[in-house]
Design a protein around this ligand. Structure first.
Ligand SMILES: NC(=O)c1ccc[n+]([C@@H]2O[C@H](COP(=O)([O-])OP(=O)(O)OC[C@H]3O[C@@H](n4cnc5c(N)ncnc54)[C@H](OP(=O)(O)O)[C@@H]3O)[C@@H](O)[C@H]2O)c1
Length: 341
């Protein structure tokens, strides 16, 4: 494995990050693997040289963080690995994700969002669940528009200065919001975000308009989520038929149904399949290779089987020509903005 710098930081990460949302409790999502089923997949990732793990407090109501910490202790040296986690969403089995929040009546005060109180509490909860003294990369899962950016950035700076967090990162938001947060931090001498975890894959490319050029200009590391469009790009879904997918996730992941399934998205999958066949690789390998050619530091891959990780790592060796990239991009049709609060 050739490790790369994460943005302009001195951190060295594998150019494939393992997304830990897949591991935790199937009580949270049908397609999530429990500890026993997760262990060989995560072990295989470590054997392949992956040292970068992305979880969140909200995944499986904290169980994903618990397993992340446990597997790191079992398989790795803590000082070698980079553990990223997130704060914003509520932590509870009933929470169905940023794009499908709990009904107002079911929400409790101070249990989500990015107030100073919530950040201070959430970081301690994450450290306890992870069973570690510090978090390498602490990310805001979304922007809390009800809290001032000054309150958010100062609280994040303070958890860094308290030694609980090494670096901070952000996730899906508008480019102007990210630029404002960075500017406010700079003006006050507070810690700035070093990474952007955004929604970017061959079936969702709206981030190419503003966020990606901004991050590349500023040296912010790009670590996109759902690089296979939640498995959609693997070609295991059918147009207009949400329940006949080929895997548990393909049958039950309602978010994928909401985000993709445009006619043009299926066309993307078709062209991806044709070029993958011509190059003798899987659709997944080609989809990851495309991202790596677009200046991404490390796609955050989801994997429910060990062979899927082999296909992710194979992308690191796959070279694409400009013509091939243009071929893959040709069928794309714009989407409305997906995945912001
Ligand atoms: N910041 C955010 O808001 C946000 C949002 C979403 C995700 N994330 C992060 O991003 C990570 C990845 O997200 P994701 O799981 O949606 O990513 P993804 O890579 O787009 O999808 C992963 C799914 O694709 C299928 N798959 C993977 N490799 C495959 C292969 N080689 N061939 C065929 N199918 C394959 C697997 O599903 P099957 O079980 O169907 O095989 C797997 O669960 C998460 O774990 C999390 O850390 C962050």
């Amino acid at each position: 494995m050739q490790y790369v710098r994460l943005g302009t930081t001195g951190l060295k990460v594998s150019p494939i990050c393992l997304g830990m949302m897949t591991y935790g409790s199937p009580q949270w999502r049908d397609w999530v693997l429990d500890e026993a089923a997760s262990r060989p997949v995560v072990k295989h990732a470590v054997d392949l040289g992956i040292n970068f793990f992305d979880t969140a407090d909200t995944y499986s109501a904290g169980e994903s963080e618990v397993l992340t910490g446990k597997f790191v202790r079992e398989f790795c040296r803590r000082e070698e690995v980079v553990i990223a986690t997130k704060v914003f969403n509520p932590v509870g089995m009933g929470h169905a994700g940023s794009s499908n929040p709990l009904p107002l009546a079911a929400r409790r005060p101070n249990m989500d969002g990015l107030s100073r109180k919530r950040i201070m509490h959430a970081v301690d909860d994450s450290l306890r669940r992870l069973g570690t003294d510090y978090i390498d990369l602490y990310q805001i899962h979304r922007l809390d528009r009800k809290v001032t950016i000054e309150e958010i950035m100062e609280a994040l700076h303070d958890v860094v200065k308290a030694g609980k967090v090494r670096y901070i990162g952000a996730s899906s938001m508008y480019a102007w919001q990210f630029a404002k947060a960075q500017q406010v931090a700079k003006e006050h001498g507070w810690t700035r975000f070093v990474t952007m975890q955004n929604h970017y894959n061959l079936a969702y490319r709206e981030e190419e308009r503003e966020m990606i050029p901004l991050c590349r200009d500023q040296g912010v590391g790009l670590i996109p989520w759902s690089p296979l469009a939640r498995g959609f790009l693997a070609g295991n879904r059918k147009p207009g038929d949400a329940v006949s997918g080929e895997t548990s996730r393909a049958k039950t992941d309602a978010v994928a149904l909401k985000y993709y399934y445009q006619d043009s998205d299926f066309k993307v999958v078709e062209v991806l399949g044709q070029l993958a066949e011509a190059k003798g690789v899987s659709r997944a390998t080609l989809a990851y290779a495309w991202l790596l050619h677009k200046g991404v530091t490390a796609p955050i891959v989801g994997a429910s089987k060990t062979w899927q990780l082999d296909q992710a790592v194979a992308a690191l060796q796959l070279k694409l020509s400009d013509d091939e990239i243009a071929q893959l991009e040709a069928p794309y049709q714009p989407h409305s903005v997906l995945g912001h609060t």
